[in-house]
Design a protein around this ligand. Structure first.
Ligand code: ATP
Length: 446
């Protein structure tokens, strides 16, 4: 996973900020947690929603060759036999005889137990299936056993004929889906990076065999640029091609988009050329033809599939890691004070604008509320805050990544109906008439 390179961020600081400010809490915190689960707080849920919206816009809405889908999490168990997950979706596992800890064999370094440090105390490697099991209906029999989906992709493949029949789409076209996936990871770790419950954003793009390599290249470009456009630093992002022996059983060629995390390079998204593996498998197991007939009826074939498959949680984590910075900013009296700031892209920031009356003075409140209402009516996600000193409120907004603050002072009310816009990154302050505020904010929020 790593080549010795590291992102310099101290993860503890980010984890603590996430909890303190309401981005991410440990799952079931009140009961001491549940390993591998995380709850997104008031800000985290907005961040995730903004990420999913940006993905959906780029992959579905702004194209005319991709449609959306929302398939069920529980599927007929035969799906997972056909896909290869029942027999092959396993990780190698070992137990440490000294501390009874259980670990992924391929994560062990120098034969040393990551739990207790004992060397060479491991059991033989066993394969462990990562799918969670449950039952449909009241009887807990083997016939009633189903799985929580470990990926959203299969819901797309089995709906290929339905979507084809219901829409006017012709190959090449894609089906996209965002939804929860579950994997019983042996060692959840690195904050939300490896969780047992997470969300995926997946696209299956169906194309004619022979055009697959070209489509693969196009989607690699599209997806890599998506992360850059939303502000990830270029030197912390890379594309890595899988070596032949690393390729999954279904893949003809795969690239990972990787981000440089504090523990080294880690996958944000895999972009695989799955050839015709999945549709062929489902054709065989379901006993129904999944062949595609070209418009002129001359050609029939099983389409090839290019699959960009990313994780919402890992992406959110990368954006948070990349945005975290410590610098200095002048306080109310102009003295430089250290501050923590999340430099999130405006499209991702949970709060776009904070409306801050200079103080709680009665004279300021009506005007400040009016400005707040104005922004809400304009659809700009805003927060009203009049608690504590203005300096502390600025620091709080910096820490949660709010790009712009609008301050209402006595001059606003008594003299000129102008407010001050403060920019999180440049720290510049400009005064604008309230009548021009919405337009001025919109211009800065792109
Ligand atoms: P890894 O090798 O890190 O286990 P993977 O190659 O198994 O990941 P894929 O099966 O390609 O992952 O899943 C697609 C995407 O789903 C990943 O790029 C990642 O963003 C997300 N994802 C997969 N497993 C997890 C997990 N346990 N926690 C959070 N996100 C995950």
């Amino acid at each position: 996973m790593s080549d010795g390179e590291r992102n310099p961020l101290d993860m503890e600081k980010l984890v603590s900020l996430c909890k303190r400010r309401g981005y991410i809490f440990p799952g079931s915190d009140l009961y001491g947690g549940l390993n591998g689960t995380w709850d997104y707080g008031p800000l985290g849920v907005e961040l995730k929603r903004n990420i999913k919206d940006a993905w959906w816009r780029a992959v579905v809405r702004e194209r005319d060759d991709v449609v959306g889908l929302d398939a069920a999490i529980l599927m007929n168990p035969q799906v997972w036999v056909a896909s290869g997950h029942v027999s092959g979706f396993t990780d190698p596992m070992v137990d440490c005889k000294a501390c009874q800890g259980r670990f992924r064999a391929d994560h062990i370094e120098d034969n040393r137990c990551p739990g207790c440090g004992a060397v060479g105390q491991f059991t033989e490697v066993r394969r462990f299936n990562l799918m969670f099991k449950t039952f449909v209906g009241p009887v807990e029999s083997e016939a009633a056993q189903v799985y929580l989906r470990p990926e959203t992709a299969q819901g797309i493949f089995v709906n290929f004929p339905n979507v084809l029949a219901a829409t006017r789409k012709r190959v090449p076209f894609g089906i996209a889906q965002i939804g929860k996936a579950f994997r019983n990871e042996i060692n959840p770790r690195n904050f939300t990076y490896r969780s047992r419950e997470f969300e995926q954003m997946e696209l299956e793009f169906f194309c004619k065999p022979g055009s697959d390599e070209e489509w693969h290249r196009r989607w690699l470009d599209e997806r890599f640029n998506w992360y850059l456009k939303l502000g990830l630093r270029k030197d912390r992002l890379r594309l890595r091609q899988h070596a032949k022996e690393e390729l999954a059983h279904y893949a003809k060629d795969t690239y990972d988009i990787e981000y440089l995390f504090p523990w080294g390079w880690g996958e944000l998204e895999g972009i695989a050329n799955r050839a015709d593996f999945d549709l062929k498998q489902h054709q065989q197991f379901a006993g129904k033809s999944l062949e595609y007939f070209d418009d002129d009826g001359k050609e029939r074939y099983i389409p090839y599939v290019i699959e960009p498959s990313g994780g919402v949680d890992r992406t959110a984590l990368a954006f948070l890691v990349d945005a975290y910075a410590e610098d200095a900013a002048p306080d109310a009296k102009g003295k430089e004070e250290p501050r923590v700031v999340l430099r999130l892209h405006p499209a991702l920031a949970p709060v776009k604008v904070a409306v801050l009356p200079l103080s709680r003075n009665e004279k300021l409140r009506p005007q400040a509320r009016e400005v707040f209402d104005l922004l809400r009516r304009a659809g700009i996600s805003s927060e009203y805050d009049d608690a504590q000193s203005i300096g502390r409120r600025y620091r709080r907004q910096d820490e949660i990544g709010t790009p712009l603050c609008v301050t209402i002072d006595f001059q606003t009310v008594e003299e000129d109906k102008q407010v001050t816009i403060r920019d999180r990154d440049s720290m510049q302050q400009v005064r604008v008439p309230i009548a021009e505020l919405v337009a001025a904010l919109r211009e800065k929020l792109v």
